[in-house]
Design a protein around this ligand. Structure first.
Ligand code: SF4
Length: 474
């Protein structure tokens, strides 16, 4: 059984896409690491990259080529200053060379050395093959697959084996919702407490707190930056950032100087139903506007859906519980990650495999269950909330216009967040013993729907809005 840490499900990265930006970036880093392990790195004279399938069809809009170059250059997606991205890429392009892992110059012309192939590799729609030429005239190639949420594999079987060895000491191995509920019942613990026990088998409680604090800081920062940045998003669609005006209109004359003061300021605004809808939408839009401009966000479980979880946490903090603190955020993140991992194990979190139900649907489901726990729901009600949220995302297609993670993606995060809150409320008022659809059934249904879905709607921009709306109309 594959066991997944909260830090696998929620990781800090750079926009706009976990599968098309963060994954390829990590794949490039892993390939360099492998070259070093095999003691081949110091003899490399040239590199080329082939992108396949969805990575190729929407890769330009998702900045896959940029991510690959930054990965080959050895930069860390978590710490690399995003304001330097443009300068680095311009340097590689103008000098026609790339400093491999910041150690070794190789000739590199992006338009020639990164090839966008229309064909698909058999194993997964997001395939990348790296080729290295060596001093002795030989060439070696390695293929990687970006399977969603920033996860990168070479072959599923091999990875599962490694994961099993690595996590075999999880005290509560979980693959399905029923198993999670059984542990909660037997131990008398909440979902977040069970997840915490698993996590503690990997790292200390202090390390977990530190890691989750860092994740929350990036989430909050992405909302704050998004709400205070105006203008047009890059990429050619001329999409205007909306979070800036929404925040300004909602906050009125209240002044603040940083993100913490901003939270207090929001708590002091009038919140009727319309304002709640607007605030939650504003938080979600903000994150995904930052994501669309290659900013730093937390994949939750992907970059395209990065706005749902922060927006719902903020909803809890500024609307539901003005005393909420890091302990609440921690509880939310632990619970949400477990629900996400159940979808990853039983279905997919990759839009190239399952369309947008796998991204926004999963993030909404994660947020619904986690909010339910914070609002006092039982573990059964939490899974009921997750189920309701996914049930009403089933079949949602992925059809980003021009391959950019902007339309419909940015707004879709707002819709996912609102649905999560609604699903939570219905579950809190519901009786899980009378629910007809358990979470595991909706996971299985999502996977079956994913398999039936035509590839036009799986992050290829070959159907839906992507073909109905012409970029020249935008
Ligand atoms: S349509 Fe959904 S799945 Fe596709 S890129 Fe946008 S957010 Fe991601």
């Amino acid at each position: 059984m594959e066991s997944i840490s909260v830090f696998d499900m929620l990781s800090i990265g750079v926009g706009p896409s976990s599968s098309h930006t963060l994954g390829p970036w990590r794949a490039a880093l892993r390939w360099i690491e492998e070259l070093k392990e095999k003691e081949l790195f110091h003899t490399v004279t040239g590199v080329r990259v082939d992108l396949y399938g969805s990575l190729s069809l929407t890769g330009r809009g998702h900045a896959t080529d940029i991510a690959i170059m930054l990965g080959l250059s050895g930069f860390d997606p978590v710490t690399f200053p995003i304001e330097n991205i443009e300068r680095e890429i311009e340097g590689i392009t103008s000098e026609s060379k790339l400093e491999l892992n910041q150690e070794r110059d190789v000739p590199f012309v992006p338009s020639e050395n990164i090839v966008f192939n229309r064909s698909f590799l058999e194993f997964h729609p997001n395939g990348i093959t790296f080729h290295a030429d060596f001093k002795d005239g030989t060439t070696k190639s390695e293929s990687f697959y970006s399977i969603g949420g920033g996860f990168v594999v070479k072959e599923e079987r091999k990875v599962e084996k490694i994961k099993m060895e690595e996590f075999s000491h999880f005290p509560f191995p979980i693959e399905k919702g029923t198993e999670l509920l059984a542990y909660c019942k037997a131990e008398g613990k909440s979902i977040s407490e069970i997840v915490m026990e698993n996590e503690k088998s990997l790292r200390s409680a202090e390390e977990i707190d530190q890691g989750l604090k860092q994740i929350w800081e990036v989430m909050l920062d992405s909302m704050y930056v998004g709400c205070h940045t105006e203008g047009i998003l890059p990429g050619g669609l001329n999409v205007t950032r909306r979070a800036f005006d929404m925040n300004r209109n909602l906050i009125g004359d209240i002044t603040y100087n940083n993100a913490e003061e901003w939270i207090d300021a929001i708590r002091n605004t009038e919140v009727k139903f319309r304002q709640i809808l607007k605030w939650v939408s504003c938080f979600a839009l903000a994150v995904n506007e930052v994501n669309a401009s290659l900013g730093r966000v937390v994949t939750a479980p992907t970059n395209g859906s990065a706005g749902v979880i922060p927006a719902v946490i903020m909803y809890y903090m500024v609307i539901e519980n003005h005393d909420a603190n890091f302990d609440d955020v921690k509880q939310f993140l632990l619970t949400s990650s477990e629900i996400g991992s159940i979808f990853k194990k039983g279905a997919t979190i990759s839009a190239a495999m399952g369309g947008c139900q796998a991204e926004i649907g999963v993030s909404s489901s994660m947020a619904a269950g986690a909010l339910c726990e914070l609002m006092g729901g039982t573990p059964e009600q939490c899974l009921m909330a997750s189920e309701i949220a996914m049930e009403h995302h089933l079949g949602l297609t992925c059809d980003p216009i021009a391959g950019l993670v902007q339309i419909p993606c940015i707004e879709r995060n707002a819709m996912g967040a609102i649905k999560a809150i609604n699903a939570c409320e219905m579950a809190l008022n519901g009786d899980p013993s009378k629910a007809k659809v358990p979470l595991d059934k909706v996971v299985a249904t999502m996977w079956e729907t994913a398999k039936d879905m035509t590839s036009k709607y799986k992050e290829t921009s070959e159907g839906g809005l992507a073909v109905q709306v012409n970029i020249s109309d935008c």
